[in-house]
Design a protein around this ligand. Structure first.
Ligand code: NAD
Length: 505
């Protein structure tokens, strides 16, 4: 049965023109408090993944331009670190207020460049803003300690100081929240930053810079350099090897994270790496099946499956397998409507690129060849009057244990449902991958809830929920999902050095 499709007829240009605050739509880089084009004159296109129409041409900066941005951030560092935490908090709070006040315009811009449905985009704007508000508050609590000295006549104290200039590289799937989660913490700590937003989605980051400028964040404290996919390796190398950059924070895939880690070793930079996931979602035999099915729709298919913590491998106990699949398929069919993110009624948008859609197709083909059965979706949808990279929400059953989607991150709308027979077996299978970002399970047994939460090799666990992640929770992974934590009180610590001071009195 074909999926319900929203009325399309969307013109990207007409939708872009609906953004009321025109100054939020920027096409130049933001360096030292000025909007600058690439000195080379080069630009690259930003494309609406729901129509494939070009929505902007943006400055294609190179490694020399990044060096100038790092110099600007370095020049601004002395002044910014000298501000009081209260002053920084005040400026961040103003930035938060402006982001919230611009929610509708920012959400429309976000949907146009990233594809997620408008309601989801508005949710991301508020989620992104919450990090700015949170770190405005945390700025005031970055206190040191006083230690009991082992030697008479001495006192030991620690102070916390900003690391320095931070180089920040973000992915396309959360064009606002991945920027604010890092920049909010860095600025609160007293660091200055150079942000390189994803080449697919630079417009949201530039809009954030415009609002930061209006909030009064001083020139050079926040810089954003845009560049094309082709220019990215050289720009990434500059950010990870420039000696003035003392910290690199990256969110993206594990292979790129490894590359950047290697490059950053030459100057021994502090590193935060938020990398790929492959989350298990386990439904035990004593689970509330309706609640589990309901949450799985959100946990698997939001942002068309392009979320690092989205459920990637679904394990359902063999005794409830058929029942759960029926309930889940009925819910997905009822709730998801495929279409352009700005079309009325859309709850499921396009995939960002043809490469992403092709990966989904390839994983699907290999699973079906190995014996998996498609019970819902499985195709590029029919009836869409536009050329975007759409792929139906797809549910597979009877999936063999050794297909690629059992060990690789899909990052797309495939939902393979595996069957298991015991707790030991499912924990072994859940932990059998190289990454460990998020994991979820449903069970009514309290003892099991503790046991399984402790046994899963991941950084974050949802017990009877598929919705995790907020500004107050430490966010990050284990194994090849990276290192460091964002959000929470640990997020600001990633941008602070601890200095011990011993006094002889
Ligand atoms: P990606 O690694 O291809 O790209 C991420 C960013 O890195 C983009 O801005 C890209 O342009 C840039 N980049 C690519 N090559 C680079 C290089 N050589 N030097 C410098 N920068 C480079 O990842 P993607 O496909 O865009 O994003 C999806 C991946 O991100 C998934 O694996 C997902 O799990 C992960 N992710 C993780 C988290 C998290 O918090 N752990 C959050 C979101 C996404």
């Amino acid at each position: 049965m074909p999926f319900q499709v929203s009325a399309m007829g969307i013109s990207s240009a007409a939708e872009l023109a609906k953004i009321g605050d025109r100054a939020l739509v920027r096409s130049e880089a933001y360096v030292g408090g000025r909007w600058v084009g690439a000195p080379s004159g080069k630009t690259f296109d930003v494309v609406d993944p729901g129509t494939l129409d070009r929505i902007a041409t943006v400055a294609d900066m190179d490694a020399d331009d990044v060096r100038r941005a790092v110099d600007a951030a370095h020049d601004a560092f002395a002044g910014w670190r000298a501000t009081t935490a209260k002053q920084r908090a005040g400026l961040l709070r103003k930035w938060f207020d402006l982001i919230v006040a611009s929610k509708d315009d920012l959400a429309r811009l976000l949907t146009l460049e990233c594809g997620k449905p408008l309601g989801e985009a508005a949710g991301e704007v508020l989620y992104g803003a919450s990090f700015v508000e949170w770190f405005a508050e945390e700025a005031k609590r970055a206190d040191g300690d006083v230690f009991q000295s082992p030697a008479a006549g001495t006192r030991i104290v620690t102070i916390k100081q900003p690391v320095g200039v931070a180089g920040i590289i973000t992915p396309y799937n959360f064009p606002i929240a991945m920027v604010t989660r890092k920049v909010g913490a860095a600025l609160a700590a007293g660091c200055t930053v150079v942000v390189r937003p994803a080449h697919e989605t630079p417009l949201s980051a530039l809009a954030l810079c415009e609002l930061a400028e209006r909030a009064g964040i001083p020139p050079g404290v926040l810089n954003a350099v845009t560049c094309s996919a082709d220019g990215t390796p050289a720009v990434g190398r500059e950010l990870t090897t420039n000696p003035l950059v003392r910290k690199v924070s990256f969110t993206g895939s594990t292979p790129v994270g490894k590359l950047l880690m290697g490059q950053a070793a030459s100057t021994m930079k502090r590193l935060s790496l938020e990398l790929g996931g492959n989350a298990p979602f386990i439904v035990f035999e004593d689970a509330d099946l309706d609640a589990a099915a309901e949450q799985l729709v959100f946990c698997k298919f939001r942002n068309s499956g392009q979320t690092c913590i989205c459920a990637n491998r679904i394990f359902v106990h063999e005794s409830v397998y058929a029942d759960f699949v029926d309930r889940f398929v009925a819910l997905v069919t009822a709730k998801l409507r495929v279409g352009h993110g700005l079309a009325e009624g859309t709850t499921f948008g396009p995939i960002i690129t043809e490469r992403g859609a092709a990966k989904v197709e390839d994983q699907l083909r290999r699973a079906v060849a190995a014996g998996a059965r498609v019970v819902l979706g499985g195709r590029r949808p029919e009836g869409l009057a536009v050329r975007g990279h759409f792929f139906e929400p797809t549910v597979l059953v009877d999936v063999p244990a050794d297909v690629p989607m059992s060990c690789e991150e899909t990052f797309g709308p495939l939902c393979p449902i595996f069957s298991f027979s015991s707790e030991d077996e499912v924990i072994r299978r859940a932990n059998s991958v190289d990454v460990g970002l998020a994991g979820y399970f449903y069970s009514r047994d309290v003892a099991r809830a503790f046991r399984v939460a402790e046994a899963l090799e991941v950084g974050m666990v949802g017990v009877n929920t598929g919705a995790i992640g907020s500004e107050v929770m430490p966010f990050g992974g284990v194994k090849e999902s990276g290192m460091g934590r964002e959000g929470s009180r640990y997020g600001i610590a990633e941008y602070l050095n601890i200095k011990s001071v011993v006094f002889s009195i």
